[in-house]
Design a protein around this ligand. Structure first.
Ligand SMILES: Cc1ncc(COP(=O)(O)O)c(C=O)c1O
Length: 503
């Protein structure tokens, strides 16, 4: 991407950047760096001139000059010709070292997290190692039989497609291997679906908040987002701060948006929605499928988190309600994101269209990985009991820590998935993410989960770390919040009436 950012757009993205917690030039540089890292300011765009930005922000040009120099020093701004540097990411940095593990949020592929930083920007788990290793050992013994072939297969290897089809059939959605396309993960699957079904300027309905990388993919496809707010959590528990009610989805709002906007596509995460962890009840699933069909909207269901069913509540896969539903799945959460294996389930003619669209991006997946994945899908449940037990402990520990140590935070108890969506006492999410590394943690700011700068009042906190590390992380969150509260600007914002509910 290339282009330039005008001063008022950057000012809008910066929000309440000047908290008075550090010299102004440093705060400005910190927030710009965060915006680049989490993808809200794209790479290779020219930042506004120093003079224009200073005038828009009402600060001295010297402050902007110093902020830009710091960004250049840190490798986030190219020197370029003339004075307008372009955004970039450092070319070299410390290797590896994610203590939280997982997939990058966006914007800075391969950027390493320094040692000692607890990574709360990811909601992902390490591999279920032994199970994965065994699957690869079996795959290697099966490989010779496939070596005489060309190795290209846009649909995926048969044993894996059969295993995935059996998995759907067992869950109550009769499926054949011809209805399955294997992909390099759910994100790849969504991009294939977008490329096939959504043209530039088409509308795509999304939950608000939603999974940041999906929002980015939809934006990158040139589509217009139609965000529908998830209802706010209700009935805060008087002691724990965790909400007691089950707010679910606002089906009336979704039905209205579908009827009035007639989007080409709707992207939903009904199984342990990212970031809220909610499970959509069957009654709402039925209504959703009916409303999408009436509007002529293709319903695309991301089931990446479906196996992380922490409370064991039954739900029917959305595809059981209509053959027109397109389902996306992945091994990233049940086994390991490093497998880069996912799939699309749809009607056969659509699968053929997806396979044709795929060849503009790649010509098929790696064969050994797919053979291993077939073993993993055949025994999908094997690593889950241990995984779910530790996630339940982590979830309880995190909810208790938030209730006990973070006054003013409201957390919603997730039905499943990997994270808690917290309402903060003030719109400080980006500010927290900016100061977080000083306290040994890395955060994904709330606005990454929405559009138009929403969710400054929210933070997603994953419970993928064990309780001892969660305790350290929550202590760090408290220190970061205390630092912000000590700044006069922020105290004013804490005293302001709460912003209207947005989720
Ligand atoms: C809802 C959702 N979809 C997709 C993904 C990405 O999945 P994959 O690693 O299979 O691309 C994630 C990862 O966190 C997710 O939460």
């Amino acid at each position: 991407m290339s282009g330039s950012l005008n001063p008022s757009s950057l000012a809008r993205l910066l929000g309440e950047w000047n908290l008075g917690a550090a010299p102004a030039y440093r705060e400005l540089a910190d927030v710009v760096r965060l915006l680049v890292l989490d993808g809200r300011v794209p790479l290779d765009v020219a930042l506004p001139s120093e003079r224009a930005l200073a005038a828009t922000l009402g600060i001295s040009r010297t402050t902007v000059t110093a902020a830009y120099s710091l960004l250049r020093e840190q490798g986030f701004l190219s020197s370029g010709q003339g004075s307008r540097g372009r955004t970039c990411i450092p070319q070299s940095g410390p290797p590896g070292g994610h203590r939280g593990g997982g997939a990058h949020l966006s914007g800075a592929p391969g950027l390493a997290v320094p040692d000692g930083i607890l990574d709360l920007a990811y909601a992902s788990l390490p591999a279920s190692g032994e199970v994965v290793h065994r699957a690869f050992a079996s795959a290697l013994t099966e490989l010779p039989a496939l070596l005489p072939g060309f190795g290209y297969d846009a649909l995926g290897v048969i044993p894996l497609r059969e295993a995935i089809a059996r998995h759907y059939s067992a869950a109550g959605v009769p499926t054949t291997a011809r209805q399955i396309l294997v992909t390099s993960g759910a994100q790849h699957a969504l991009n294939i679906v977008l490329r096939t079904l959504a043209g530039r300027s088409d509308k795509v309905l999304v939950e608000h908040p939603s999974y940041p990388n999906a929002l980015d993919a939809i934006r990158a496809a040139g589509c217009r987002l139609v965000p529908v707010a998830m209802p706010a959590a209700v009935h805060p528990h008087p002691r724990s701060g965790a909400s007691g009610g089950r707010p679910g989805w606002d089906l009336e709002a979704i039905e209205t948006a579908l009827r009035q906007q007639r989007p080409a596509m709707a992207y939903v995460v009904p199984d342990f929605h990212n970031p809220t962890g909610r499970l959509m009840p069957d009654s709402q699933r039925r209504r959703l499928v009916r409303a999408a069909a009436a509007a002529g909207t293709v319903l695309v269901v991301d089931e990446t988190l479906r196996e992380l069913n922490l409370d064991g509540v039954d739900s029917t896969p959305l595809a059981a309600f209509s053959p027109a539903v397109v389902s996306i799945g992945s091994l990233s959460k049940s086994h390991w994101a490093g497998l880069r294996t996912g799939w699309i389930r749809a009607e056969e003619p659509l699968i053929q269209r997806f396979a044709a669209a795929r060849t503009t991006m790649d010509l098929g997946g790696p064969v050994v990985e797919q053979l291993a994945a077939a073993h993993l899908v055949n025994a999908l449940a094997e690593p889950l009991p241990a995984r779910l037990a530790s996630l339940r402990d982590n979830r309880d520990a995190l909810l208790e820590l938030i209730a006990g140590r973070l006054p003013g935070w409201q957390s919603e108890r997730p039905d499943g998935g990997l994270s808690v969506w917290c309402r903060l006492p003030a719109p400080i999410s980006t500010a927290l993410a900016v100061v977080a590394p000083d306290f040994g943690i890395r955060l994904a700011a709330g606005p990454r989960f929405g559009t138009g700068g929403a969710f400054e009042h929210y933070l997603r906190v994953p419970f993928t770390l064990p309780p001892e590390q969660l305790e350290t992380a929550v202590a760090a969150l408290r220190s970061a919040q205390d630092k912000l509260e000590a700044s006069p600007q922020l105290r004013r914002s804490l005293g302001a009436p709460p912003a209207a509910a947005i989720a």
